[in-house]
Ligand binder design. Structure first.
Ligand SMILES: [Ca+2]
Ligand SMILES: [Ca+2]
Ligand SMILES: [Ca+2]
Length: 846
């Protein structure tokens, strides 16, 4: 391919005799209309993305490089550590100027904690950029030896590659093993609000990584034209490995800012190689699970914006003899431009013969996928068989020869202290809203529940969502699969081992047990239960070692134990402030759980309904304002109408249907897209007047959906800033299933399939299935609690694409640590099981 011979040419240009012809080969970076530096193959972004402060350093901000289509560098900024961790201080951008004429972007960065401003100027020069750092006044004394200019390079992009520092060769370490030193903690720049990621075992110290190498010229990957970057300075440049302190650390290139100096105090020349006339290869996007013969089948082909589309694409069948038979060649259809790429589509709906196929477009050929009536039969099995069992809290989880984790959190939980802001988004106000005092033990919580996600907290709202989806799936599709052994009495779970009980009911029971325990022991559902210390929170590995599993005893010293209790304050905290939104969500979940559990665990089912009704009565006497949950204002009407509907379905009592009818129309008027799902779920239980009135809203909703196909070539709602949007796509597809079921004449089944096709690979950036182990090619690297092993938990559904400003969608498959792209959470995984059942039902109707 053309990239091969172009490399040495660009490298030779570094030799001065070729300088005069340099511009003919290596195009100069230009600030474009989207306000980043661009040449084919290289983009340099200068704070197009800023640190947003929600999860601190998300490795998606600062000066960044998109190198031949891959984001390989981030975090270019003045930083206060050799290898900043997620919760280290981050600068805020107080000014950003883009000067297209002079090809310069200029930012002023501020650390308000130190009243410290710096200005970073990036200007195109020759085949790279000059980065200059200016100070108006010398560094604050406290930052001397700490403040420096850093750029972070993605380890996965440089694995099995080499570097040269002043011509001395080195190999990028596959696993961190460079030197660190121990320093007294009074020398440490404190992390976010005094939290610390380091468990110093009471010794008052912290770790400082030492450089792998240092010099005046660093060349990264001189052997690889796609990754080659040269960095030069008159000052010392150091190369660090951030992974000694944190598994999600990057390789960091850094120069210290000199003390007692002002003006231009540092300058780097950074030259990422650009392969001349580079174009990204086309990506053919389709469902990795395949297609039912009767379905519409449309592949989306994503093209470099400088690529000229070909006229046709083809589909080949793979025969039992291993031969490839061309089944169809057809013209592609122009869709147009979306974000940074051009798109065409290829319709192969006419291919209906069951079998194995691949798509070919120019030189690109996809992997093989199936067309057949059975393609959707098993797609939810890994999620229910493996992913959910592994997330089960307060249980030992075994799978064949492997123990996923021991029994965790037998020391649950203490009352979270008042007026406390936790690092995972939890907070407590001025009262506990319970009978407990700050840090008092709350009994009875060490039961049931799922790990929220890649971390190990119990998020009550996600539980409610998951329980509702499970009950709906149980009632709509009778998913009575039994491949999990669950024994609550001995806290033992065994994967791939039937025990005569439907797994979905066992999961409903497990989630419900924790919510019931919350209400019984605390009085109402609570926001969540989570470890108090940052040095625990980043835990990777077996959940049963995140705490010592012994209740905290203030009479003992830290790390001391009497065998029954311990003096280490590591028990999880329950964040207990009460909100109407969560009360209603829990009422809905418990009322639904009653129906599913009544023939399985009658005492628990009865308890669920009693608690749901009590909560409903209490809530109707409490103030009912809109409330903030998870920092987001959520419309109350939808959630209260959902709770009323679930109570009505369970009890058939008129008071609940009356309240539902009072609420649902306002909810539909205010947030049609969010409320349509609950409105159509109610359809079978309501009278004709309701059904007729709802029809108008469904027509309006259909128009909204038809608008989506003009917004992006996938025809699904893509919202993905800060966290990937797969959850929304799945919920949208579920709503479409219900709408189709109630109003098949208005909305066809295609709208539900479209959401699932997107999740299975017909999405931007790549064509990977976002469900691990589902489809021919699927996510093998996700942000689960095994992410340090660059692995996955089968059946997990990742958030998917993160849209980095201004135009870059990303879902990395070589780096698990970007949670917004790769962290699976319980509600989306349960929703996915429902959607799988829904699509299977839709195709089998035909
Ligand atoms: Ca969490
Ligand atoms: Ca079972
Ligand atoms: Ca403990």
């Amino acid at each position: 391919m053309k990239k091969l011979y172009s490399v040495p040419m660009c490298l030779m240009l570094l030799v001065s005799i070729f300088l005069s012809v340099k511009d003919a080969f290596c195009q100069k970076l230009q600030v474009n209309d989207l306000e980043y530096f661009e040449t084919p193959g290289v983009n340099v972004l200068v704070f197009s993305n800023q640190y947003n402060g929600v999860f601190f350093d998300e490795k998606t901000a600062g000066i960044e490089i998109i190198h031949h289509g891959v984001r390989t560098a981030t975090g270019g900024a003045v930083r206060l550590q050799n290898t900043p961790e997620q919760w280290d201080l981050i600068p805020t951008v107080v000014d950003r100027k883009v000067d297209k004429k002079n090809n310069t972007i200029d930012v002023v960065l501020r650390y308000k904690e130190y009243d410290f401003d710096s200005r970073v100027t990036v200007s195109a020069k020759d085949d790279g950029v000059i980065i200059s750092v200016y100070l108006d006044k010398p560094l604050p004394e406290k930052l001397e030896g700490h403040a420096g200019f850093n750029v972070e390079f993605l380890p996965a992009s440089y694995f099995e590659k080499t570097y040269l520092v002043d011509s001395t060769p080195g190999v990028f370490p596959l696993y961190p093993s460079s030197l660190t030193t121990v320093e007294p903690v009074n020398k440490k720049i404190p992390q976010y609000t005094g939290h610390t990621t380091f468990d110093d075992r009471g010794r008052g110290e912290f770790l400082v990584p030492k450089p792998l190498a240092s010099g005046k010229t660093i060349v990264l990957a001189p052997e690889d034209p796609e990754r080659y970057v040269k960095i030069q300075s008159r000052d010392e440049i150091m190369l660090f490995d951030g992974r000694n302190l944190a598994q999600n650390g990057w390789y960091i290139v850094r120069s210290l800012i000199p003390a007692k100096k002002a003006g231009k105090i540092l300058e780097w020349f950074v030259a990422p190689n650009a392969i001349p006339d580079w174009k990204r290869d086309p990506v053919i996007q389709f469902s990795q699970v395949g297609y039912h013969p009767s379905q519409k089948k449309i592949a989306v082909i994503e093209l470099d914006k400088n690529d000229t589309p070909l006229e046709t694409a083809s589909i080949f069948q793979v025969t039992p003899e291993g031969k490839f038979v061309e089944k169809l060649t057809a013209n592609v259809n122009q869709w147009g431009k979306y974000l940074r790429y051009g798109y065409v589509t290829f319709d192969f709906t006419s291919v209906k013969d069951p079998g194995l196929y691949f798509i070919k477009y120019g030189d690109q050929k996809t992997n093989t996928f199936a067309v057949g009536a059975q393609v959707y039969n098993d797609i939810w099995h890994p999620t229910l068989d493996v992913w959910f069992p592994v997330q089960m809290d307060h249980m030992l989880v075994n799978e064949a020869y492997r123990v996923w984790h021991g029994v965790p959190y037998l020391d649950d939980a203490l009352q979270a202290p008042v007026n406390h802001q936790h690092f995972d988004g939890y907070s407590m106000g001025p009262t506990t809203d319970t009978k407990y005092k700050s840090l008092e033990r709350i009994p009875g919580l060490a039961i049931g529940g799922w790990f929220d996600a890649g971390d190990f907290d119990i998020q009550t709202a996600s539980h409610c969502g998951a329980i509702l989806s499970f009950v709906n799936a149980w009632e709509e599709f009778n998913l009575d699969r039994d491949e999990t052994y669950v024994d609550q009495a001995t806290r033992y779970v065994d994967i791939h081992r039937p025990d005569g009980k439907p797994d979905i009911l066992q999961q409903i029971e497990h989630g419900t047990l924790n919510i019931v325990a919350q209400i019984k022991n605390i009085g109402h559902p609570v926001r969540g239960i989570v470890v108090p210390n940052l040095h625990q929170y980043h835990h990777l590995g077996d959940a049963s070692t995140e705490t010592d599993n012994l209740p905290y005893n203030p009479d003992l010293k830290p790390y001391e134990t009497d065998g029954k209790s311990s003096g280490t304050m590591d028990d999880r905290w329950a964040f207990t402030n009460r909100t109407p939104w969560l009360d209603y969500f829990s009422i809905g979940a418990l009322a639904a759980a009653n129906r599913a559990l009544k023939n399985y665990n009658k005492p628990l089912a009865d308890e669920c309904l009693i608690l749901a009704k009590n909560l409903w009565n209490e809530r109707s006497k409490l103030p009912g304002d809109e409330d903030a949950a998870g920092g987001v204002m959520r419309p109350r009407n939808s959630i209260e109408s959902m709770a009323a509907l679930q109570l009505f379905i369970t009890t058939k009592e008129e008071q609940y249907s009356k309240r539902f009818n009072e609420l649902i129309w306002t909810a539909l008027d205010r947030t049609l897209a969010w409320s349509i799902s609950v409105a159509v779920q109610a359809y079978p239980y309501m009278d004709n007047e309701y059904k007729n009135k709802l029809k108008d809203y469904v027509v309006k909703y259909k128009n909204f959906m038809d608008g989506l196909i003009k917004e992006n070539p996938y025809g699904v709602p893509i919202v993905a800033r800060g966290w990937g949007g797969n959850g929304m796509v799945v919920n949208w597809a579920i709503a479409n299933y219900y709408v189709n079921k109630a109003f098949p004449g208005i909305v066809g089944p295609e709208y539900a399939y479209r959401g699932l096709n997107y999740i299975f690979g017909c999405h931007p950036y790549s064509n990977i299935s976002f469900v691990s182990s589902v489809g021919t090619v699927s996510k093998k690297i996700t942000y689960g609690n095994n992410r340090a092993d660059f692995s996955f938990i089968a059946g997990g559904v990742v958030p998917g694409l993160l849209l980095l400003k201004p135009d870059f969608p990303e879902n990395k498959e070589d780096w698990p640590f970007l949670w917004g792209e790769n962290e699976c959470v319980v509600n989306i995984c349960a929703d996915y099981i429902f959607l799988s059942g829904a699509v299977k039902e839709l195709v089998s109707k035909k």
